[in-house]
Design a protein around this ligand. Structure first.
Ligand code: TYD
Ligand code: MG
Length: 444
């Protein structure tokens, strides 16, 4: 009988250690080591799945044949745009997101929007019956959708080669496994190995593959940082569960722009595309209330108007409160310091609450100016005209710094009826130099 050896593996990055460690030297995460029993004989890591063996010799680049097959579309416009114009045959795509955010719904809906596609949907998390129920609710009537209730990778790959679908969907990578490996499905070893096999399937057989992956609480795709290196495209599906909007963001894309964003809304009958997302994030009920400012941020190549809300109240006791929702707290502290030093507004005796409406996270530096104006508007209790939008980064000297795509942002604001945009001086002749000037313009 083979001797059993015990080792410890980091569940986040796969680092192996002969003894248990509190902090992983590979990724510096805490408490991630789990015990594993392995046979003394090391497992051979070869693709031993029939049909995927390689016997290719090196060849001259000029002689490499390119199949001039063109991209095909999911016909979900927002999805296709994020992919960079649809799927490239043989592309390997990872869709990550928290449980319940809508990954299964999105991938199933491709069968509805493009019923001509032959899709092999491998489900590891739900039974075929449950998928049928969901498909009925989503109104999917495609006869080209095959549902395969299988989690054994070798079988999936065999079936995929037999059926040769336009699109293989694996939902999710954490549920599939190889029988040769001793670790549990979802362990880093299984995920790595299975993902590598799907990669070979995509590249050698040209089968476009989508794998769905769960993300951890911290927002990383569970374990597999390694997964991100293997795939061509990493898409992150995100959103706040308390709100209905969802963002599909490309974090990496070998075949298109990265940081592109598609916007969806989760409804009773599935995800619907939002072609004018700015309307989703601004309300018209706040006219005349102090502390509200509209900023124009960029999400990928797309301008998006969102509403910043500030509430500044006299601090009753102790250290004044600084609370922010959807905005970096230390950035808020910095902007408060700039306002105090460079514009003469003191917040030291006030509690400050900042909120980005709609559950949105504002991380674009171009939002700084809007945040400053919202803060001062609440402090002085003077409302900002709802017909003004703000664009600009605020520097430590109180100066307005220019940001990319100003023209595009201004156009988006104008489209939604914002007559005036306050922008940094730079190329723009009518721009504003300092944050205190901008505040004067906005509040009179
Ligand atoms: P799901 O696609 O199962 O999420 P994931 O695969 O990322 O775990 O989405 C589940 C959530 O979406 C669930 O909370 C219910 C909601 N939902 C709707 O609101 N409308 C729908 O038509 C569907 C199918 C799901
Ligand atoms: Mg799911």
């Amino acid at each position: 009988m083979a001797k059993v050896r015990i080792q410890f593996e980091c569940s986040n990055c796969g680092h192996i250690s002969p003894k248990w460690l509190g902090s992983c030297p590979g990724c510096e995460e805490w408490n991630t080591f789990t015990e594993q029993k392995t046979e003394a004989k090391p497992v051979e890591h070869k693709a031993r799945v029939s049909g995927l063996e390689s016997n290719e010799a090196p060849q001259k680049l000029s002689e490499v044949e390119t199949s001039e097959k063109s991209r095909f579309l999911s016909r979900i416009n927002e999805f296709d745009r994020v992919l960079g114009g649809g799927f490239l045959p043989g592309a390997y795509v990872l869709i990550g997101g928290e449980p319940g955010i809508g990954k299964s719904t999105l991938t199933l809906q491709i069968a509805k929007s493009n019923p001509d596609l032959n899709i092999l949907y491998c489900a590891g998390e739900e039974s075929a019956g449950q998928i049928k129920q969901r498909a009925q609710r989503l109104g999917i009537a495609s006869s080209n959708l095959l549902v395969y209730n299988e989690t054994q990778v070798d079988k999936i790959i065999e079936e995929a080669q037999k059926k040769s679908p336009d699109l293989l969907i694996v939902d999710s990578i954490q549920t599939v496994y190889r029988t040769e490996l001793q670790s549990m499905p979802g362990s880093i070893q299984q995920v790595k190995e299975c993902a590598a096999l799907f990669q070979q399937l995509a590249k050698k057989k040209g089968i476009t593959t989508i794998v769905v992956g769960h993300v951890t609480k911290e927002g990383d795709i569970a374990g597999p940082r390694v997964l991100e290196h293997m795939v061509d495209t990493v898409l992150q599906f995100e959103g706040d569960k308390n709100y209905t909007y969802r963002l599909l963001r490309s974090l990496k894309n070998r075949f298109g722009p990265a940081q592109e964003v598609g916007v969806f809304e989760m409804k009773e009958d599935g995800l619907s595309e939002v072609s004018n997302p700015s309307e989703l994030f601004i309300s018209d009920k706040t006219d005349g209330i102090s502390g509200n400012a509209i900023v124009c941020t960029m999400e990928g190549s797309r301008p998006l108007l969102i509403e910043v809300q500030a509430l500044v109240t006299p601090a009753s006791y102790g250290t004044p409160q600084r609370t922010s929702n959807g905005f970096d707290r230390s950035r808020l502290a910095l902007l408060l310091a700039v306002l105090e030093k460079r514009a003469g507004y003191s917040f030291s005796n006030h509690d400050v609450y900042l909120n980005i409406a709609g559950g949105f996270r504002l991380s674009d530096p171009a939002g700084d100016l809007g945040v400053c104006c919202a803060l001062v508007s609440s402090l002085t209790d003077k409302p900002i005209s709802q017909r003004i939008s703000f664009i600009g980064e605020v520097g430590l000297g109180g100066e307005l710094r220019t940001v990319p795509h100003i023209e595009q942002r201004k156009k988006e604001a104008a489209k939604l009826g914002f007559k005036e945009s306050i922008v940094p001086a730079g190329k723009d002749k009518n721009g504003t130099r300092y944050v205190r000037e901008a505040i004067k313009k906005a509040l009179g």
